[in-house]
Write a protein that binds this ligand. Structure first.
Ligand SMILES: C[S@@+](CC[C@H](N)C(=O)[O-])C[C@H]1O[C@@H](n2cnc3c(N)ncnc32)[C@H](O)[C@@H]1O
Length: 198
């Protein structure tokens, strides 16, 4: 009985979060056509610097951890940025709630959890299904950027992106650099820059 009510509570929580997200999108993104999106923004170092350097871009950073969004929001407020929002939300919930006309001009996935053990690979965010869903929301000639310090994860994402027909991996330079918390802890990293094609 207790397990059932815990499960019910969990589903109610997920449902209420999704409703709140849809409400936020309908209010805040009413005239928006394109956004720069960061998945797993952590403490918001990258996107705060990016938004400050690109005042005409609307930037949205997501993280599922509340305390990370709280810290990211503090940075945004200190920098007085109006073109930046940090949301506590799951990446796929956000995509599902986005109206058809809103596309990503760029997507950044920086140092996502590598889940190094084979039995945990299923928890990695950059799975083929995720890459496909995201690439559908990237505008034509838009970009998907991925960076990690875990070479086996990089290799598997490289392979997954190669298999995605709507994305071509390029040798173009990384467009904007700002060290993230996990980047600062790493000893080196690999980066992938892919462009959306028809
Ligand atoms: C290893 S941290 C990297 C944080 C930051 N990008 C950096 O480089 O410092 C990965 C982050 O992704 C977030 N995350 C994991 N799965 C997510 C999901 N489905 N949607 C949104 N954020 C997610 C985690 O909460 C965590 O903050």
């Amino acid at each position: 009985m207790e397990t059932l009510s815990r499960t019910t509570d969990y589903f109610d929580l997920v449902k209420s979060r999704r409703l709140a997200l849809a409400e936020w999108i309908s209010k805040e993104l009413i005239d928006t056509k394109e956004i720069v999106w960061e998945v797993g923004c952590g403490h918001g170092h990258f996107l705060t610097a990016y938004a400050a350097a690109h005042p005409n871009a609307l930037c949205i950073g997501l993280d599922i951890e509340k305390d990370r969004i709280t810290r990211a929001d503090k940075k945004k407020k200190r920098a007085k940025l109006t073109n930046l929002h940090f949301l506590r939300a799951d990446a796929l919930d956000f995509i599902a709630a986005l109206p058809e006309q809103i596309k990503f001009s760029s997507v950044y996935v920086l140092f996502p959890d590598p889940w190094p053990k084979r039995r945990h690979h299923k928890n990695r965010i950059m799975q083929p299904e995720f890459i496909e869903v995201v690439s559908k929301k990237v505008m034509l000639s838009g970009r998907m950027y991925f960076r990690t310090d875990h070479k086996p994860y990089f290799d598997s994402v490289y392979k997954n992106v190669t298999m995605e027909k709507q994305l071509n991996i390029t040798n173009d330079p990384w467009p904007f650099d700002k060290e993230t918390v996990f980047q600062a802890r790493s000893k080196g990293h690999n980066s992938l820059n892919a462009i959306k094609v028809k």
